[in-house]
Ligand binder design. Structure first.
Ligand code: SF4
Length: 194
């Protein structure tokens, strides 16, 4: 699936705003990493093996935009890889097994759409908190590599709430603009095959 030129035109202002939100996320993540002295240099629990679901149409369109910037030979192979990953994921789930398959957009350990990668790919790894209105603060853990390197260090507040709120607002605005009413929940592989 490729964005048409009309879709691209309509979506471009939203992409710019999404890139600004992602930039703030990246800076907050880097600040927290710096304070912990946490360095991600790959590990056997590579987060690109995680069966992540993504929850916004806007991230989906941005992933397509990123793939559209790769050369045609590479993008053809990404879609083929996505079909394989999706088929294996469906088989594993039918058998009640957990899914741990490399994301089809990871090539030789690198994300081929790095600047366009979705939110969870940017935020994963560092302990965090969420402060939903009227609820107690919910804390989430770091990844295994974080625990090994920094697990004994005291928690440094890393609040995902403003980023989730910005993403939700932007998504709602874009859906209204485009007349989209459905919710979104897909893995990267599903995004490329469905
Ligand atoms: S989109 Fe990129 S960073 Fe995210 S899981 Fe796939 S390869 Fe990894």
């Amino acid at each position: 699936m490729k964005l048409t030129s009309t879709q691209h035109l309509v979506l471009t202002p939203f992409f710019h705003r999404l890139a600004a939100v992602f930039s703030e996320m990246d800076q907050a993540y880097q600040r927290a990493s710096y304070h912990y002295h946490f360095h991600c240099s790959g590990c056997d629990e590579n987060c690109c093996l995680t069966h992540f679901f993504h929850h916004t149409h806007l991230e989906y369109f941005y992933v397509l935009e990123g793939i559209g910037k790769t050369d045609p030979y590479l993008s053809t192979s990404l879609y083929k890889r996505a079909r394989d990953v999706h088929r294996k994921s469906v088989e594993a789930m039918k058998q009640g097994k957990g899914v741990r398959l490399m994301c089809p957009l990871n090539q030789d350990g690198l994300c081929v759409i790095y600047n366009h990668r979705p939110m969870i790919c940017r935020m994963h790894g560092i302990p965090h908190e969420l402060n939903a209105p009227g609820r107690k603060t919910a804390y989430g853990p770091g990844c295994k590599a974080f625990d090994i390197q920094c697990g004994s260090k005291p928690y440094i507040p890393f609040d995902r709430t403003p980023f989730y709120a910005s993403m939700a607002n932007l998504e709602n605005e874009m859906k209204q603009h485009l007349g989209i009413t459905e919710k979104f929940k897909k893995t990267i592989a599903q995004m490329l095959v469905e």
